[in-house]
Write a protein that binds this ligand. Sequence first.
Ligand code: SF4
Length: 348
Amino acid sequence: MAATVLLAEPRGFCAGVEMAIKALTWMVQVFEPPVYCYHEIVHNAAVVAAFEDAGVVFVDDISDVPEGHPVMLSAHGSAPGVVSDAHDRAAVMIDAVCPLVTKVHHEVRRMAEKGYDIIYVGHEGHDEAIGAMAEAPGATQLVDPRVGLAGFSPRDKGGVALLAQTTLGLYEWEGVLADAEERFPDLWTARRSDLCYATTNRQTAIQELASRSDVLLVVGSENSSNTQALVRVGRNAGVPTYRVDSAADIEPAWLDGAEIVGVTAGASAPDQRVQKVIEYVAPTRGVETVRVTAEDEYFPLPPQLRRFMAALQSLVEGGVACRTPGLPGPIENDREFTATEALAILGV
Ligand code: SF4
């Protein structure tokens, strides 16, 4: 039995996931089912299952949404054609794209308009990579960080931009960056890279855990890019590292002889799952939090949702619905309302 659990801080939900989960919770509260969602709202099996139980239908093709139904677009960002199709066919269309993904979409458009050839470092088939590259498909080439730049040859070596999926491993990004800077001395890239704060903070935290742990457990789903990046960081540090969706996935043999077990979670994994993992490990000397930084990022709900809810509120205050007029409701207090509380409404 393990003596100590080292618990990473920060871990789990990032500001983009918080926003997306709360936004979809509002949708299922306000509309009769089904509510449609283009792609998994976030890449976590428990979160997706909870929304399916609440009446959300996830689709991978926007034409599968019957006309006149409410639609949400996922946090990973959607191709411009998907956004306009969703807008045309939906009764209400809410885009829950994370603002940090939107920033990369802007960069793709801006650099393509300037005539640059764009290297987009990311993982083939990932929703975020597909959405971002669709902003300028003729100017953008996907580079898998495991393969590198061998297959990339620009029209003009002086007009190359380097962008990235927000959830890459830092070590993956740094390798391609170093190579690109050597090959293309005039390389344009975002000042602080496109890797988001949540990605880098969680990777820094697991590195710290790895320096002190015998085994690492990473809570998150298989298709979660940032979860997989955490697993790779742990393994690269030489520590046996296992991804689990829940405590039920833990194999007892993983913990044989482990005195110190490090626990963290990808950006889309509910903390309730983390607590169950700790309960399973049952450390005899308790839990020590290892905090590498504090996070206070907050992303407001999507503007379309806020406008829609404001219109509903006018009806409420006009006496058409039943809330006490004049009192602020939870939509105005969104900063204090967490995705964990939203999921609790759905029974997670
Ligand atoms: S991992 Fe980063 S980019 Fe992705 S939703 Fe979270 S904050 Fe946004």
